[in-house]
Design a protein around this ligand. Sequence first.
Ligand SMILES: Cc1ncc(C[n+]2csc(CCOP(=O)(O)OP(=O)(O)O)c2C)c(N)n1
Ligand SMILES: [Mg+2]
Length: 1029
Amino acid sequence: MSQFRALAAVLRGGCVGGSQWLRVCGGGPARRWVDPGRSCSSGAAPGHSAVAGSSSYVEEMYFAWLEDHKNVHESWDAFFRNIQDSSPSGEVGEIRPSALLQGRVQSHSPGMAQKVVEDHLAVHTLIRAYQIRGHHVAQLDPLGILDADLDSFVPSDLITTIDKLGKPHNPFSHGVIVGFYNLDESDLDMSFQLPPTTFIGGADNTLPLKEIIRRLETSYCGHIGVEYMFINNVDQCQWIRQKFETPGIMQFTDAEKRTLLARLIRSTRFEDFLARKWSSEKRFGLEGCEVLIPALKTMIDKSSAAGIDSVIMGMPHRGRLNVLANVIRKDLDQIFCQFDPKLEPADEGSGDVKYHLGMYHERINRETDKNITLSLMANPSHLEAVDPVVQGKTKAEQFYRGDTQGKKVMSILIHGDAAFAGQGVVYETFHLSELPSYTTHGTIHVVVNNQIGFTTDPRVARSSPYPTDVARVVNAPIFHVNADDPEAVMYVCRVAAEWRATFNKDVVIDLVCYRRFGHNEMDEPMFTQPLMYKQICRQEQVLKKYSNRLIAEGVVTLQDFEEEVSKYDKICEEAYTSSKDGKILHIRHWLDSPWPDFFTAEGEPKSMSGVSTGLHEEVLQHISQIASSVPLEGFHIHPGVSRILRGRADLVKNRQMDWALGEYMAFGSLLKDGIHVRLSGQDVERGTFSHRHHVLHDQELDKLICVPMNHLWADQAPYTVCNSSLSEYGVLGFELGFAMASPNALILWEAQFGDFNNTAQCIIDQFISPGQAKWVRNNGIVLLLPHGMEGMGPEHSSARPERFLQMSKDDPDHFPEFSGDFEVQQLYECNWIVVNCSTPANYCHVLRRQILLPFRKPLIIFTPKSLLRHPDARSSFDDLAEGTTFKRLIPDEGPASQNPAQVKRVIFCTGKVYYELARERKRQKLERDIAIIRLEQISPFPFDLVRAEAERYGNAELVWCQEEHKNMGYCDYVRPRFLTVVANQKPIWYVGRDPAAAPATGNKSTHLNELKRFMDTAFNLNAFQGKDL
Ligand SMILES: Cc1ncc(C[n+]2csc(CCOP(=O)(O)OP(=O)(O)O)c2C)c(N)n1
Ligand SMILES: [Mg+2]
């Protein structure tokens, strides 16, 4: 590099003749813009090979630069500035530019130029290398044994003070730091212009290389590892650089340090207290990551200051009790009494274990003096399953409060390292984060990265360097931080909250920590992690380390510290004493989403009477008119859609409706009553089967759409219909969470085909079926599951009714007592409602009933495919008229019903097979002999109505007919209930397909043969004669 100083002097001397020379080459106006992208007159970057051999080219650049620094590319600008800065005085002006092309100087210049250029580029590249890869060498692991990125390498493009600088890196290179850049030791004192993509200079534009390296190390390789260079937005990258590179930016006042210490005391002493009092109880303590509590509180403080007044959180087992106690501020005695084995439940909740229950609390944030509501969602053991649920609940709160930018309501998700890396729902949830109908405008994710999952080492538990890599897909910055440095942790929490408030995008904090004990406190970790745990035994508590540090700094005295500790210990002791008074466990106190106005003060329904779901003719006419037209003028719809709308209009003229219109009536009428309706799922806007068309697309203007359902009434509630990402687990979880926020909304999730619901099985099994029993909260989510054997093969045929029915809790062997309104009472007691409607009117009624009921239960609807267009599957407006209601069972209304004593067989069925049965009965002219009765509500089983029908056709044999295979469908559910209805006095014969492994055949003729076979049996009046049960 020193060689180049001579060249600098030479070049400087040539400034006199610069303008003359410029005319020769440029031939244009005196001032030229030297475009770095062009050849002859451009400013190819100083390191470019074209530059290396051309000293006249360097001269050209130099003179242009002298005239105006802006004439050249910024790399040339930096290059010449550097030369100017380092040139010894006196040489300037002695050599004319022509000399540059001749003699000694000329012979040296190309190589020298190249070296200067290379050095400069090297430094810029080095800065960039730190920005990209500095986190790989950050000191993140408090134990100092595992590398947080599972690799101990130092990237070759980083020059660090610890292992390279000043030492020959390559033994054959004779004192030159070869590394990546060909820099030598003398370059360390050389000053370099800093690029605009770094803030390490503070107020300085240039820094010596040595200082550049030191500052980069401070910013990127200390206790914080910042991963952000994958973000494809320059402003966001600059924002992060400014937050982490600006010298001295990580400052805390003494007051802030004391608050941090006080919070750390609470976090640590809470776990110590539990360990002392209940030494043999599992509690999934936070030891090793005590800093989580001050971390969450810092985020909440900062977010509150930015205007947030509601924070919805989701988290797994680890540290949950501590979060409840010290972040949400649940009364300590209520937490402690959970450890009492004699506690009796006071309400219906099955009493889920204490580290699963949720909580909702409104309080004043002490730092900001503002109101804040904190809720922690109840969650199952199934790690990460709660993620989309939290997001849905957050979205709903934002929606109902008109918080369109997420400035009032936000979510925080806490994760374990193994689960965050391993569970696919994490990815699914990330992929909802930027979608218009699903975004919550930024979530702060915190990973409690204790570098272990149960007994499994991360080196065999994930393929990515960090557990957080999944977040890169959505350009979320990731802040890795050593959890034993509380101030570094607080700093990243502060920045994360500011990031969320500034960009409304997700951000991840990776708290690299350790787990002091086993997976739970009873578990022996030495079996599997002997070395790690030897180190953990030696590891001083972070509270001890930090308090010592603050005492040494003079921020607190030992006495202050000890007083603070005993103050909190005393609080715990007092709460412990009062917890012994509690004899009853009120699960209701652990409700995460209360609906105060919907229930009585005791949490009971306000009434238990039946609901009228019929509609006024005017309402029916108005909705159907909007449903069959385009409410916007000059809107160009597709001719096919036009045809569909005309078809609807024709139906309406005859006061008839098909399935799509029945759905329109339900949604439209609820919207009229101020009920928000939200329908979400893959392709729901058009409808997979192209029957719905709730969003019309202008055929000439891009992105111009019309949602007629939002044009029904001026003061209607909003209708949301949204095509989702191709996810079931994530999206169903999201909608379930959405449905938690308010009882006054109809939230529907439609599976593209019903069989895909099993991809969301965890949400169904862990939340929807047992949610109320575990967590005493109602939820009225509706699942629309297209189902039916259409000869289309094993996929897309079955929504697996058998599984939903198996989880229904009504007792098959107990004939219920009929008191009050039996229908409502039975619905109140069930865990969910399972229906298969055969008519559009009944579909409409059941959707309306869902909202008009005084409580909420999940509703599973097996919806049709071929029936969507079946000419017989239509309803008259009369079926929805005022006074009509949902029919749990549709009796036979034909000739058989007029002379029931003569009827020989009653076929009970549900769903689409009814139409096949009815057609076959007609074909065989058996309408007097055989009654066909449709079970529309399968669960809870309409014992009352079935008994009435069984009694009415007292002489007939009873048959259950289904199109599904015998080990599937409804058979196993209905059979014992039928037997209970007839007190086991009569058989209920099965007609349907034989048992099978796959839900349907893929062969059309086999399908038809199967259908024919069971139809033959259904109408063969001798089929069961002489048969045993
Ligand atoms: C989906 C799921 N699979 C398996 C388990 C069983 N399990 C409970 S905790 C745990 C390890 C979790 O490790 P990590 O996510 O790192 O959290 P940590 O316990 O270390 O805080 C496992 C496998 C579970 N709870 N959920
Ligand atoms: Mg872990």
